[in-house]
Design a protein around this ligand. Structure first.
Ligand SMILES: [Zn+2]
Ligand SMILES: [Zn+2]
Length: 859
């Protein structure tokens, strides 16, 4: 039987045979999406077993415009298990990408079809099949889980690398195998003949003790010790185009396309092509292109070694170190000069932590002596303080950087080197070329703070960082100009991260902890549930709020029960003095709806991960706008969800203003987020006032509304700005073109009903499309029509809470009865609150699952 490998079928199920004309082949020719068609070969087929339940998928039934029938043959059964899926139904947004009403990509609650079960007596029961409840899509987007259905492929355990592979996860990080640990070793000894010009006659071997085996003897003619290799060198190799695809290391770490006899190729990396001629005018983190047929080789060898290529004469290494060019290999000047590199602040001349990139004339990355030469961006493999900017899908070039405290030591080649230094959004990044001479001992770079947001009381923060040690987070945060890094402990299956760093009291970098008080790291937790959602608990005191995950994969461990809600985690955090953020909003898109309408959330997080170029997603904004439209004021915050070196801390970040005249502390920062005096940004900074009131304010207007003065400022030293827009109730009210670096202005805002208003800044890198680069938290204005309420949005929020309830009731791994009942009450209460507001506002709608559940026995 097909299905999950090795799956056994339960004898308690009997497949029903579908007798129809439809087959997978037939389906492939019918009117389905291209992607659906392309993936059909992976669809269930024939006799198969999934999650222990056997199915007969020989013939299928495709429902599009025509109904179908399956004979149940008079059988009796407690359950009918449907194995079904649906094609994609893309969402239509407006040209700005905003979506309304917002049901999410999974079209939560939309009726996909109805099954009717007809009984022998002629009566029928209808089974509505709604999206994200009883059915999902053929490809699951992350965070778009089904509440009452599960994927046919069951979760299964995965062995950690050290149980599967050699070398192990840990030792593979060294990128080297000494080779002398094999099961059988022979030894090589090179004897230097004092009489090289004399003829040798014989070799006699005489044992004295034990056994000695001589496997062979070889005569050599090299000038120096044949077993001693020289320090590493670099060369640039040009390959014939038909060999382009073979530029990778094979399993044993040897390059397939080029080998050394008396030596070893260390690494082979496609050559990054930097725009060196325009280096100074490029922008921070701008990606290089990648050469298609040139490869940077690192190697170590005997001076008389030969490079060997397929179908070409061998090439002596010695010819490379001489004139520089030999055949298809070109020498890259070796990094023979060890220099001190310092980055200082212009006024104080004190060294400051920065993000640093240096490369040579061949595009070769030059790392400080105590940093990786080949940074590792893989998930949970390495947490060194590096940044590998990988750009977007389809772009092959990588831009490698590292973080330094302000002073470091680096080996550079003589000649020109290209340096990039950056430190956040208020200091103009520097790209500079430096000439290294035989006498050069130090390189000094000067940085200057250009934008005065910090002086105006604005504090920057990343609400979401994983895996780093607190000290590494402190260095990276400071080097990125981020004042507050929230380092989040969590659980991933059986993997626990940063739990030893959580002590519920220490703020690293604070004066009490011996720091300068300007850059802080605080360990919180991200508590997660794959269907109900994730929630970040920041800056709380006391013991860790655990369990940090529930309900099984793909966040929790197999077999864990759903024993606590996001809403309850949120309450626990607030009870311990913390603030609560819904991370990577809005996915996973489920229970946080209940927590937001119940007023338990302080911030919703716009998340970048490693992506510097896509900006704030209109998808995230659309979802947030629903809650604002219903009067729920929640601050916008920015966090990266950094989990590897492919993401820089603060790529997207929160700006929050602390109260005037008060010193900056972690507690003051929390207060600012609670007040919603925040904006989120990928680079541009802003100020925004409605009638002189800052972001997060509530204004009481007259009964008929009125006209309000909106004043704003926007400035940037990183991404060039293009437009500034006034958003009112989720729509663009005004939009104006602005200067790339510095702009201010006023809007007149006329309102005749309760509304919210926020500022949006668009921007554009020279070689990229325009993005939403910054967005403020709103100002709420209440007029005579009472608190803000939008029925269409409220309905989608209610459905989301109903989804969470349905999940608890059906496929969620059940906790003990008391916990289950307690969680149900929490969700019903949130649902009731919003539902009542809906009826009070005079909106009637069809009642769905949540109200139908009352009579059931929930055990
Ligand atoms: Zn998460
Ligand atoms: Zn996370």
């Amino acid at each position: 039987m097909a299905g999950t490998p090795g799956a056994a079928a339960s004898p308690l199920f009997e497949p029903v045979r579908i007798r129809s004309a439809h087959t997978l082949k037939w389906l492939a020719r019918s009117d389905v999406s291209e992607e659906f068609r392309a993936r059909l070969p992976q669809a269930p087929r024939g006799a198969c077993v999934f999650r222990g339940i056997p199915f007969d998928a020989g013939r299928i039934l495709a429902l599009n415009d025509k109904p179908g029938r399956v004979s149940l043959g008079g059988r009796k059964a407690r359950w009918l298990v449907f194995l079904h899926t649906s094609d994609a139904r893309p969402l239509d947004g407006n040209p700005e990408g905003f979506i309304s009403p917002m049901r999410g990509e999974g079209r939560l609650g939309e009726l996909a079809c109805t099954y009717r079960v007809r009984f022998g007596d002629g009566s029928e029961t209808a089974v509505p099949i709604r999206r994200r409840f009883q059915i999902g899509s053929f490809t699951k987007r992350w965070g778009e889980n089904s509440f009452e259905a599960v994927a046919h492929l069951a979760p299964h355990p995965v062995r950690p690398p050290h149980e599967q592979l050699r070398p192990s996860w840990g030792s593979s990080q060294t990128r080297v195998d000494p080779g002398d640990t094999g099961d059988f070793l022979a030894w090589m000894y090179a004897w230097e003949n004092p009489r090289p010009d004399a003829a040798m006659d014989s070799l006699f071997c005489e044992p004295s003790s034990g056994t000695v085996v001589l496997f062979g003897v070889t005569a050599g003619a090299v000038d120096s010790h044949p077993l001693r290799w020289e320090p590493r060198r670099k060369a640039l190799l040009t390959l014939p185009t038909d060999q382009e695809s073979s530029f990778r290391l094979d399993e044993a770490g040897l390059l397939e396309a080029v080998k050394l006899d008396l030596g070893q190729v260390i690494s082979a990396i496609p050559q990054p092509l930097y725009p060196d001629a325009e280096w100074e005018t490029g922008f921070n983190n701008q990606l290089p292109e990648t050469s298609k047929n040139k490869v940077l080789l690192d190697y170590t060898s005997h001076p008389q070694a030969l490079f060997h290529f397929p179908s070409r004469a061998p090439l002596p290494v010695a010819r490379l170190s001489g004139e520089g060019v030999a055949g298809k290999l070109r020498v890259v000047p070796p990094s023979t000069r060890r220099v001190a590199l310092r980055v200082v602040e212009k006024d104080s001349r004190a060294p400051v932590p920065v993000k640093l990139h240096v490369h040579g004339t061949a595009g070769e990355y030059l790392a400080p002596v105590d940093r990786h030469r080949i940074p590792n961006p893989a998930w949970f493999e390495d947490y060194s303080v590096d940044f590998v900017h990988r750009g977007d899908a389809g772009h092959k070039g990588e831009h490698w950087c590292t973080y330094i405290s302000g002073e470091t030591t680096i080996d550079v080649p003589p000649g020109t080197v290209f340096v990039e230094v950056a430190r956040g959004f208020e200091i103009r990044p520097v790209r500079k070329r430096v000439t290294v001479e035989a006498s050069t001992e130090r390189i000094e770079i000067e940085l200057e703070r250009v934008l005065p947001w910090r002086q105006k009381g604005w504090i920057t923060a990343d609400t979401h960082v994983h895996f780093l040690s607190p000290a590494s987070a402190l260095l990276e945060g400071s080097a990125e100009g981020v004042n507050v890094v929230n380092l989040l402990a969590s659980q991933w299956g059986e993997l626990m991260t940063n739990v030893g760093d959580f002590d519920g009291k220490t703020t690293w970098g604070s004066r009490e902890a011996g720091g300068d008080g300007e850059h802080l790291v605080r360990v919180g937790t991200e508590n997660r549930q794959h269907v109900l959602g994730h929630i970040s608990l920041l800056g709380y005191g006391g013991g860790i709020i655990a369990p940090m995950t529930t309900g099984g994969p793909d966040e929790s461990a197999l077999g864990d029960r759903v024993e606590i809600l996001l809403s309850e985690w949120a309450e626990a955090c607030r009870g311990k003095g913390g603030i609560v953020v819904v991370p990577h909003f809005p996915q996973p898109r489920a229970e946080h709806a209940a927590a937001i309408v119940a007023g338990k959330i302080d911030g919703i997080e716009m998340t970048s991960w490693g992506d510097l170029y896509s900006g704030i997603s209109p998808y995230s904004l659309s979802d947030w706008y629903r809650y604002l439209n219903c009067g729920h004021l929640v601050a916008a915050v920015g966090g990266t969800d950094k989990m590897s070196a492919d993401t820089a801390i603060g790529t997207v970040r929160t700006y929050a203003r602390i109260r005037q005249g008060l010193p900056f502390t972690y507690d003051e920062w929390k207060m600012a987020v609670r007040r919603c005096e925040t904006f989120v940004t990928y680079g541009p900074l802003m100020e925004f006032f409605v009638d002189g009131k800052p972001m997060g304010s509530r204004i009481q207007a007259g009964p008929t509304g009125g006209t309000f003065d909106v004043s704003w400022t926007a400035a940037s030293v990183t991404i060039p700005m293009s437009r500034v827009e006034l958003i009112v109730n989720g729509e663009i009210r005004q939009s104006i073109a602005v200067d790339e670096w510095d702009a201010q202005g006023n809007f007149q805002l006329k309102l005749d009903r309760s509304s919210w208003a926020a500022l949006l800044v668009r921007g554009k890198y020279p070689d990229r499309p325009e993005i939403v680069a910054a967005h403020s938290s709103p100002v709420m204005i209440e007029a005579g029509d009472g608190p803000l309420f939008a029925a269409a949005d409220a309905l989608t929020i209610l459905e989301q809470i109903e989804g969470a309830l349905a999940y608890l009731d059906t496929v969620g791994t059940r906790a003990e009865t008391a916990a289950y009942k307690r969680m149900r009450l929490v969700l019903e209460s949130a649902h009731r609150g919003l539902h009542n507001r809906m009826h009070q506002a005079g909106h009637y709608h069809e009642h769905t699952t949540a109200q139908d559940h009352e009579g059931h026995d929930h055990g």
